[in-house]
Design a protein around this ligand. Structure first.
Ligand code: FAD
Length: 391
């Protein structure tokens, strides 16, 4: 029996991160967003709170928490702003987690302490221009083992990656790249994960994309041209890259569901404040039943989304299989975020279309939740497979 009441330490974490989001992030994030500028000072403050080490053991500089703790922190951040939340999500769930999960002891000791401290960020390079949903079919990036220039063996990487979060900040230390490393025949492809440190010769990071939302986060295109890294940069077993990626994304989806729940809650928070102040036809907006019903629907969506991610995270923490629950949580929570963002903008009227209020930003940030870390169609494909409807 899984309990949906937050444990004492998670309640304390929620309160700390919530206060930080309201008092430190909220007053300044609009400016970063408008300038499409990465908020280094806010990220440094989040690092001081220990957020980048939340689910990792203390021996690597982590906070000895779990996926649930990460979700609680993401929800509270996204209640105020999604750019800082996705920076944390990508750094922890996609960047550092593969190293913790699949790295050797030596690799963990080499890379994790800086990542847990938040002094450095890691990125996860999976998607390519040829298609992010069809992995491994769409993958063109290759890595082949060759004699190294100074002796030993090296991976030589060629190809490119699209839409990679956290890849181009001045504190990014590495990107884990999925690449085709062999051809076992029978139409199958061997895929492996290789760690490429930033500023490795042959690895170039493109300019920041011009994005609709998440404007204060970092998203880049990556190019690899005869890029060489030592053979010991292989993460985990050769040929296990695809299986590793599926495991990482199951948990990543729960983290995104928590972030989406936070955005949906943020929309409700803003509306509750606004309808108590704004008047029309001689009444507060909150007195009109049509507005009350919108807010009631918004509250119900937040509740459902939160239960869905809590359930999926609790199963993972308990060591249970949660592929279906993770996909359902991501699907339900990203729908809730989109629907609440649309309704919140409507409740705000003309101000809902202005950048001076957070709901405009929430509206722009909600859409990508139905796309990143597996589109809503991909989540439905996973759920259908778990229902026994697909191979
Ligand atoms: C801001 C941002 C940040 C991102 N950060 C990262 C990152 O850090 N690392 C990373 O690796 N990637 C990242 N991504 C990439 C993201 O995960 C992909 O965009 C996403 O998985 C979809 O892939 P695609 O864009 O290639 O769309 P496509 O795969 O081309 O899909 C296009 C459309 O077709 C639909 N579709 C595809 N196949 C099917 C099918 N079989 N049945 C029905 N419908 C289908 C999709 O659902 C979608 O609606 C990021 C994307 C964005 C926008």
């Amino acid at each position: 029996m899984i309990s949906y009441v937050l444990a004492e330490e998670h309640r304390a974490l929620r309160d700390t991160v919530g206060e930080f989001a309201r008092e430190v992030v909220a007053p300044v994030i609009g400016g970063y967003y408008e300038r499409a500028e990465f908020p280094y000072d806010l990220i440094a403050r989040m690092a001081k709170l220990g957020l980048f080490g939340l689910p990792f053991p203390a021996e690597f500089g982590g906070m000895d928490g779990d996926l649930f703790a990460l979700g609680v922190a993401l929800e509270e951040l996204a209640r105020v702003d999604s750019s800082v939340a996705i920076t944390l999500e990508a750094a922890v769930a996609l960047g550092a987690m593969p190293i913790y999960r699949f790295g050797s002891d030596e690799q963990r000791r080499r890379w994790l302490p800086d990542l847990c401290a938040g002094d450095r960020l890691a990125a996860f390079g999976l998607t390519e221009a040829g298609g992010g949903s069809d992995i491994p079919g769409g993958m063109r990036t290759t890595a082949r083992l060759a004699p190294g220039e100074g002796g030993g063996r090296e991976w030589v990487i060629d190809g490119s990656k699209s839409f990679i979060t956290n890849a181009g900040t001045s504190i990014t230390s590495l990107v884990t790249v999925l690449a085709v490393t062999g051809d076992p025949g029978a139409g199958r492809r061997e895929i492996s994960a290789v760690v490429v440190p930033s500023r490795t010769p042959g690895f170039t990071v493109g300019p920041e994309y011009s994005k609709v939302g998440w404007c204060a986060s970092d998203t880049r295109e990556l190019a690899f041209t005869s890029c060489r890294v030592p053979a010991d940069h292989l993460l985990g077993e050769r040929g296990r890259g695809y299986a590793q990626f599926l495991e990482i994304l199951d948990e990543g989806r729960i983290a995104i569901a928590a972030l989406a729940t936070g955005l949906a809650q943020g929309c409700l928070d803003e509306c509750l404040r606004y309808v108590a102040e704004r008047a029309a036809f001689g009444h507060q907006l909150g007195r009109f039943q049509a507005i009350q019903f919108k807010l009631a629907d918004m509250a119900a969506r937040v509740h459902t989304a939160r239960l869905a991610w809590y359930d999926a995270a609790a199963r993972v923490v308990a060591g249970e299989q949660a592929k279906k629950q993770a996909a359902m949580a991501k699907l339900v929570a990203s729908n809730a975020a989109m629907d609440n963002a649309r309704d919140a903008s409507q409740v705000f009227g003309g101000y809902g279309f202005m950048n001076e209020f957070p709901v405009g930003r929430f509206y722009r940030d909600a859409k990508v939740l139905e796309i990143g870390e597996g589109t809503s169609e991909v989540q439905r494909m996973i759920i259908a497979r778990e229902l026994g409807l697909r191979d």
